[in-house]
Design a protein around this ligand. Structure first.
Ligand code: BTN
Length: 257
């Protein structure tokens, strides 16, 4: 049997006992933890929070038609949880931002000064460290899929980084996961009660503010200087025609100005 590297190992009993109210399911291999969560949703109670963790995904998905490549030593998981508003709500963008804030808060406690890159990424030193994929199940629940590069190899993934490259020793996957799940759960669950606190945190972690960016919504594209995130989660951009709000799409940094 192939011997697993210590930096790729998960302490399942520790995870189960330290994620509080969250139910825990683990599989060695799935197509995608988001698909697994969706397929399981009908058997689970609406008010519950469930963590779906897999060591390997054979068809990990990103936003749009992107593929999420991971590998041994990475974290790939989905949280199925009650949602304070459905995905038709204009504030739906806050879900990915709240998740990004949870990821940043957890990783900053290890000293990794990560930043949010609107709308759904977490960057570290100008490279992508983590991605978030939010999907709805029904009117009351969402799936929050997270892929985090921890001890996995990222040299063949363009513009990516991992935590391992910035730490003196391999990072403990289980400890990081526990902190991530707690922080994401807390941040997403408090979107409605404390929206101002969330927006304040987003501003603190915003990695785009002040940068010259190119934005694209699929139909429209343009350039301007990022001004921060509005209360509804849209990206404010100062263009030659004045300030606009971009509600969905993607952004590329052109320069730090
Ligand atoms: C992105 O960067 O576009 C989002 C990436 C999200 C990847 C995670 S890994 C766990 C979950 N399952 C998936 O298939 N995707 C998300």
């Amino acid at each position: 049997m192939e011997k697993r590297e210590p930096s790729h190992m998960l302490d399942l009993p520790a995870i189960k006992s330290q994620i509080g109210e969250v139910n825990f399911c683990f599989r060695q291999e799935v197509t995608s933890t988001n698909d697994w969560a969706r397929d399981s949703a009908s058997q689970l109670k609406a008010g519950e929070i469930n963590l779906f963790l897999a060591e390997n995904q054979t068809a990990g998905r990103g936003r749009g038609d992107h593929v999420w490549y991971s590998g041994p030593g990475s974290l790939t998981f989905s949280l199925l949880m009650p949602c304070p508003f459905n995905l038709q709500d204009p504030r739906r963008g806050l879900l990915a931002l709240a998740t990004g804030c949870g990821i940043c808060t957890a990783l900053r406690s290890w000293g990794f000064e990560t930043q949010i890159k609107w709308p759904n990424d977490v960057f570290f030193r100008q490279r992508k460290l983590a991605g978030v994929l939010i999907e709805s199940v029904d009117h009351n629940r969402v799936i929050i899929g997270c892929g985090i590069n921890v001890n996995n190899e990222v040299s063949c993934i363009e513009s990516a980084t991992n935590l391992r490259s910035h730490a003196s020793d391999p990072v403990d996957l289980s400890e990081i996961l526990i902190a991530l799940v707690r922080a994401i759960n807390w941040r997403v669950s408090s979107i409605e009660q404390a929206p101002g606190e969330l927006i304040g945190l987003v501003a603190q972690y915003d990695g785009l503010v002040g940068k010259l960016v190119q934005w694209s919504t699929g139909r429209k594209t343009g350039t301007g200087v990022a001004q921060g995130i509005a209360d509804d989660g849209s990206l404010r951009i100062l263009t030659d025609q004045g300030e606009i709000g971009v509600h969905s799409g993607s952004v590329t940094v052109l320069s730090n100005l």
